[in-house]
Design a protein around this ligand. Structure first.
Ligand code: GLU
Length: 397
């Protein structure tokens, strides 16, 4: 049964009208709905590891439930989790944080949203290199700021240069969004490249939002440098946004965090205290187990991603009409479809409707001549999906 649909006379806020829905979530929901109807869909849509959450993490959350960790907790997060995150950032990233510098959020997504609301004033400009994750510009708009998009090219491995950032800076520029390893391209900035970008931010008095959600998903010896570790000055003006979803196959748990200067953490906590309050209490105990125990499970998932990456990259580059750069991190391929003469939206719609292969149009990431495929799915689906994609390409070229 359908509910009331018209909402007589309702005028929605302008801030919502200016924002597009999340394309990654729409396509993922469509692919899952088709599967639920019994349709054999090969889905490469959302970046969601297909693995179950490691057992010791699940057991820790179950034990927390049994122990009655089912009540409201502090809005900023369970003290032990905040401490565990601070220690992880010191140990793995060389960032000197204490528990006071940490806010536990509902996924990495809420850490970014809270930061935008806490920092952006109407008219503030936020620099976002493209291709970008779908939600960055929309969050800036929801915070009434202005996204300033910097295009990059495949020839430059989709990486923004320090000079490009320098030229985009105006008196209104407040924040740079920096994401490495990148969603959607999978590119990883080298430590030297990170230092050069940090230097621009320092010279120009910019804040840096460093989205590091894919930091552990690296291949072929690629290295991750947290931009706040580039220099003491960069540390002063960086905020890390991250979470447990991608590294520990915990997408549905919704546990992420923001790490940064205490006044910002307090401001973001205030926002969270009036919106969602604490993250699900027993889920936080699962996250504690993720950081306090062996990291072997991460290595096991990484080995599987590496195999899938090799297979998918070779398959895509052997197909007519596609060109795909080699990604060093995350679990995405971002091939160019320019030679097919189609918009990314048309390409993805036809592919899904005619061959039941779900991919995300590059337009959603600011690159209409590309599509994104997530290979965080099993090898059999990848093999079947690549066969279908090849058939589709032969049909249209
Ligand atoms: N971040 C993932 C993706 O890009 C999950 C979906 C989303 O939140 O955008 O596919």
């Amino acid at each position: 049964m359908n509910g009331q649909v018209f909402g007589v006379g309702m005028k929605l806020a302008a801030r919502v009208e200016s924002v597009s829905p999340s394309m990654t979530l729409i396509i993922d929901a469509k692919a899952k709905a088709m599967k639920a109807e019994g349709i054999d869909v090969c889905s490469f849509s959302a970046g969601e590891p297909d693995f179950n959450t490691p057992k010791h993490i699940v057991e820790a959350a179950k034990a927390a439930l049994e122990q009655g960790k089912t009540r409201y907790g502090p809005a900023a997060g369970e003290p032990r989790l905040r401490e565990a995150i601070a220690q992880k950032l010191q140990r793995d990233n060389g960032l000197c944080y204490g528990a006071d510098n940490i806010l536990v959020t509902n996924g990495g997504k809420q850490s970014i949203f809270n930061l935008m609301l806490a920092m952006i004033e109407p008219g503030d400009e936020v620099i976002i290199p493209a291709p970008f994750w779908v939600s960055y510009p929309e969050m800036v708009k929801l915070a009434e700021g202005t996204p300033v998009i910097l295009p990059t090219t495949v020839e430059n491995q989709f990486k923004v240069s320090p000079e490009q950032i320098r030229q985009a800076i105006t008196p209104k520029t407040k924040l740079l969004v920096f994401n490495t390893p990148s969603n959607p391209t999978g590119m990883v900035y080298t430590p030297d490249e990170v230092r050069a970008i940090a230097q621009v931010a320092v010279e120009s008095d910019l804040w840096i939002l460093s989205d590091e959600i894919y930091e552990k998903i690296l291949y072929d010896g690629a290295q991750h440098l947290s931009i706040g570790a580039a220099s003491p000055e960069a540390y002063e003006r960086s905020v890390v946004c991250s979470g447990f979803a991608k590294t520990y196959a915990m997408t549905g748990w919704r546990v992420g965090f923001l790490a940064g200067p205490v006044p910002l953490v307090k401001a973001a906590t205030k926002i969270q205290g009036h919106s969602t309050s604490n993250v699900c209490t027993f889920a936080q105990y699962g996250a504690i187990a993720a950081y306090e125990n062996s990291q072997d499970c991460v290595q096991e998932m990484l080995a599987a991603f590496a195999e899938r990456r090799r297979y998918m990259l070779d398959a895509l580059n052997a197909m007519p009409g596609l060109e795909c750069p080699k990604p060093d991190g995350a679990f995405y391929m971002f091939p160019s479809i320019a030679k097919t003469g189609r918009s990314s939206l048309d390409f993805c719609s036809e592919l899904l409707d005619q061959h039941q292969v779900a991919t995300v149009p590059g337009a959603a990431f600011g690159a209409d001549d590309c599509i994104r495929l997530s290979y965080a799915t099993d090898l059999d689906t990848i093999k079947r999906g690549m066969e279908r994609l090849e058939k589709f390409l032969h049909g249209i070229l």
